[in-house]
Design a protein around this ligand. Sequence first.
Ligand SMILES: Cc1ncc(COP(=O)(O)OP(=O)(O)O)c(N)n1
Ligand SMILES: Cc1nc(C(=O)O)sc1CCOP(=O)(O)O
Ligand SMILES: [Mg+2]
Length: 227
Amino acid sequence: MTGAAAEQLRKLLRLYIVLGSTNCKGDPAFVTAEAIRGGATMIQFREKGLHARTGAAKEKLARRIQAVCRANGIPFIVNDDIELALAVDADGVHIGQDDEPASQVRERIGNKWLGLSVHTAEEAKLAAKLNVDYIGVGPVYPTASKADAREACGTEAIREIREHGVTLPLVAIGGITPERVQEVVYAGADGIAVISAVTAAPDSRDAAQKLARELNSAFWRYGSLRP
Ligand SMILES: Cc1ncc(COP(=O)(O)OP(=O)(O)O)c(N)n1
Ligand SMILES: Cc1nc(C(=O)O)sc1CCOP(=O)(O)O
Ligand SMILES: [Mg+2]
């Protein structure tokens, strides 16, 4: 990726909403629309957990959420499921350390965006040697949204990754709430990825707007001070 493309991606990662049918009380496509109205800059379709949709029903939901994203010019990323990402022509894919290897996924998806989860500075340094476009660091705080989440790494992990010279676009994930945005940005994140702060809120638009305001204030305050 060129420097300019990385800078563009950094901006798109600012308020990254991750969701699927198992996180939303109502229609996930409606929650997506509300999150975008509140300021979401990127959407990830993550259909996981008890009663998660599979097969044609999963693809149908993916396409409905993608249609909302397309209508609003917001990138649509698919979690884990490379076949689905290719079938719907998603803008990118997010994978973790235990998913299909990044090099293999890159071969399959061509120049679509590829995000990789990392939990330590060591994993981040390895990621920087792979052809990935961004990293997701977490869980920064304890989370109830991922059954197999690792132990919370705190904002110190983000700071350490930056101090090790990893300049990849970086999004923080896990337990992020409006009150935690400032410290996450100050530590060196380009953005936040959230599930419950938006999907479990009584008003997803309002919840996204609160996060977006905190992000604007954090970048205004700390933009030039970060590692
Ligand atoms: C932006 C972002 N960061 C991290 C993850 C977690 O990916 P992974 O470790 O593969 O876990 P699952 O989401 O697949 O359960 C993510 N999805 N998005
Ligand atoms: C999907 C996911 N991945 C994580 C990681 O650490 O890689 S934490 C997480 C769940 C994030 O949900 P919430 O904002 O509700 O805590
Ligand atoms: Mg995964």
